[in-house]
Design a protein. Structure first.
Length: 109
């Protein structure tokens, strides 16, 4: 389980966004190791012996989540472009400007 968490954190640090294939693979990996995966709000439980309907619902949920995340990124890019046109979004920050936002426990570079 720790390896799965480390793998996801590494992907997130690299800027990768989880997608539908990642969700399916994660559920398959966890249930293959004997874990039970439960989505409480949706009342779905995966044990490795899943019905076709449960698999379909997992795919639909994952597809909607991926679509929603894409829309958010698209709107964010549009907002940044508009802010840059107004001069309200800095394109290049100096080290001094970034310093207040850095983690104080992080090593200096």
């Amino acid at each position: 389980m720790q390896a799965l968490v480390a793998e996801r954190e590494a992907g997130a640090a690299a800027g990768e966004q989880p997608n539908l294939d990642d969700l399916r693979a994660l559920v398959r990996t966890l249930t293959g190791r004997g874990a039970r995966v439960q989505f409480v709000k949706e009342q779905l439980t995966f044990t490795g012996e899943d019905t076709a309907m449960a698999t379909l619902l997992l795919s639909v949920m994952g597809a909607f989540a991926e679509f929603e995340r894409s829309l958010i990124r698209e709107r964010q890019r549009e907002g940044i472009a508009l802010a840059r046109k107004r001069g309200a979004y800095p394109t290049d920050l100096t080290d001094g400007q970034l310093r207040p936002f850095r983690d104080p426990s992080a090593p200096e570079t």
